[in-house]
Design a protein around this ligand. Sequence first.
Ligand code: ZN
Length: 660
Amino acid sequence: MPGRRSESDLSSLFWKHGGRYRGAPCVLCFGLVCFRILCFGLVLSPAAAQPQANSSPIALDVDATTISRKTLSVRETFPINSSSAHTVDLVYPKWIPGNHGPTGPIADLVSLRFTADGKFLAWARDPVDMYRFHIPVPAGTSLLIADFGLVGSYLAGNDFAPGNTSTPVQGDVNWDQIVLYPADTIADHVTVAASIKLPDRWSYATALPNPSLQGGTLHFDPVPLTTLIDSPLMCGSIMREFDITPKGVSQRHWIDLFAESPEGLNVTPERIAAFRNLVSEAGVLFRSHHYASYHFLVEAQTESSDGLEHHQSSDEQIPELGMVSPSFAAEAGNLLAHEMIHSWNGKFRRPAGLATPDYQQPMIGDLLWVYEGLTSYWAEVLATRAGLETGAQMKDRMALYQAEMDDRTGRAWRNLEDVSRSAQILYGASQQWTILRRSTDYYREGPLLWLQVDSVLRQKSNGVRSLDNFAADFFGPPDGAITVKPYTYDDLVAALNREAPFDWNGLLQDNLLATRPAQVSPGLEAAGWTVIYTDEPNQAAVDAESTSQQTDLSTSIGLLIDQDGTIVDLVPDSAAGRAGLAPASKLMGVNRRIYSADLLRQAIVDAETNKQPLDLLTLTDGYYADVFVDYHQGLRFPHLARITGKPDLLTRILQPRRVE
Ligand SMILES: [Zn+2]
């Protein structure tokens, strides 16, 4: 998931987009159906007097008529089973699946009041857990009512908060942001009957089943809290639905597109056909479905893009013309492919550390290089097989990933395993100093790692097996199960060994634990390719620059520069780094002329022949300074090139598999 805010790299403008419970994972319980009941039912002892939703659902009534003003009003009614006076503890979701961190926007929960029989109840927030409320309930209470609101200021680190997704013509309702539930309760055991009132004449889409309109309010059948939170609702006044169900597929698939203007809805038939191909390719790859139907929920409104995964839908924000503009086609196709693949890799099969029983338990992100990294790899593969992006675009993107990792000075101290474990702090980290700190690099290093696994698997099995077989075997059965089937690292290694016996543990540990200051690309090399640098622009970088409005010179002088000339990041061991530049300094001039990105690019080209250092005027904390950058290698952009004599596995991997 996360960032319209600053993701660190240009190519990672896509994703901004689920611990172990009380100790060790329960190896007895990783079977499909019994996971939550057996694993967690025995170790939890819910407070005796807590509202029990199994007998009677919690009613969650949402007034979203003011969503365009970035505010929602909520009334929630809890049946109470105890006749004596007691204290009820309610909690607000903190750890949000897909966000991989404690991102529940508790600071934006406002106007909280509790009543019983018309009388206000004094409540207190827990002094340690900001997400937990203690409510004294008098004897004889049968219904506890909570009234509250959610306000949506722009919230860095949570791109799905209403302040980030609402406009006058569209909005995105994430139920985890507008629900309280009994503390110390397994989320699957809490039943919620939700209703929502939308602005007049707005359309909506959601994976929630059986909506019914009663008196201008939408009502949904009672569902487990996990299903509710896993089923966002998107709404707006400018909307179009596209049926992208391939022939012969029984599960219906839709793109529900909400836009700022009718122009944003004019998706070409060719583009829709390519998304239909994506559904076909995903079906061929996984040979299963873990949803009754699937909705791509898409808001076309932002400057960059982001997505959040769910079992039966996605939740995506893309630029206003993101579904219609050719310059954004590859990125949008890749994003939608990524979020859909998560239905198998992330929602159905989930690392045990991310399969928590409620929304308060901390999540452990150690296997995010599978959850996100393998998803990113398959997004590249399936988007290309489907025709949503070309093989050349895919290869440029892989070259960019490798170049970014080559420049990642932070790889010398922080390995991929630590990147995965520290996801919860990296998603919200500043873009400044990312090259040294590292970011959520499994989105870039992951595709390279999994290309290596795919290539080695093909080699070890003499071309008989591939990651395609692994996809069907590990993420497929049982077909039709809409549930969570957790796995461990050992499960993963064992599954790879079933495809072809090999030291998979050794290969993975080499990638996870290595600190690599040197430039190596085992993934690309295993597939028959390597990275070369030329003065020909990398198309994936060009597309990313046009979206981010940043200038990426990280592979030449070593700078990433914002639209106004402010240095966002730099490669420490580059000409710019050695000259003493630093993030947050603003470039004011280039060779005695006022700074512009084009002028700087031209000066870099000129310096290749005139051998003069670049004279950069900088403004830092109120001080001007002249900085001389001694760099004469011109503009350099990464591309893939074939390794002579090695089989071209990458091109083979990208071949479509669907039968037309
Ligand atoms: Zn993802």
